[in-house]
Design a protein around this ligand. Structure first.
Ligand code: SAH
Length: 213
């Protein structure tokens, strides 16, 4: 568990690449510069941890590409103190980016193995989400709703209604929608009943799975 100058240098390069690809939010770039992505990966991937690549994290899941993490986080317009619900904790890397931005993070994971691993690991790098839950993201987290922002980090075949209803007015939901590939949907809640949708870019995520039952 080491974060060396070499790792920091590789992160600087990654940040420069993300800027080139169009990420503009300096706070998001600073968070990526800060969070030691290599520590979220199996040591056999350490050498490539700062390439813009996805890697297996167990349970047939992957940590998202850094560009995807940066793009989703930028789209979410996180402000310090925002209550953010994340669906798909996975490795916890995106969770750490959100807490670094000062968000109060509620995160849900449906793979027990990944849930447990992230729960043990995140405190070791001083990352403390408010709530880490083992459960199904399709139903959101009604007891803690409403949220300023909701981020889905797996490909959803449709937009789950509970997530829309758990959004504050003025809040933003970022969700990749589609089966084989997904379009990034950025949804702003304008009022109790009105939602405004923008679609930005095509991505490839692991699927948001329905409950095992
Ligand atoms: N944010 C993660 C990305 C992991 S990939 C990271 O930074 O590493 C997406 C994750 O969503 C996987 O861990 C997968 O198990 C989880 N997932 C899939 N369907 C889910 C569901 N219905 N509820 C909660 N998590 C789900």
């Amino acid at each position: 568990m080491e974060d060396t100058l070499k790792h920091q240098g590789l992160r600087n390069k990654l940040v420069a690449k993300l800027k080139q690809r169009g990420i503009q939010d300096n706070e998001v770039l600073a968070a990526i510069q800060q969070v030691p992505r290599h520590l979220f990966l199996d040591s056999s991937f350490e050498k490539h941890a700062y390439d813009d690549r996805a890697f297996p994290i167990g349970a047939e899941q992957t940590i998202s590409h850094p560009f995807t993490v940066a793009f989703q986080t930028e789209s979410l317009q996180v402000k310090s103190g925002d209550k953010v619900l994340e669906i798909g904790t996975g490795s916890g890397y995106q969770t750490a980016i959100l807490t670094t931005l000062g968000a109060e993070v509620y995160t849900i994971e449906r793979q027990l193995e990944l849930f447990k691993k992230a729960k043990l690991f995140l405190p070791k790098i001083n990352c403390f989400p408010k709530v880490q839950k083992f459960g199904d993201g399709y139903i959101g987290l009604p007891v803690f709703a409403p949220f300023d922002k909701i981020l889905v980090t797996a490909g959803a075949p449709f937009i789950p209604k509970p997530l829309l209803s758990q959004l504050k007015i003025g809040g933003i939901l970022v969700i990749p929608v589609g089966e084989k590939t997904q379009k990034m949907n950025i949804i702003t809640r304008k009022s109790q009943r009105e939602f405004e949708k923008r679609i930005l870019g095509e991505f490839k995520f692991v699927p948001l799975l329905e409950d095992k039952n």
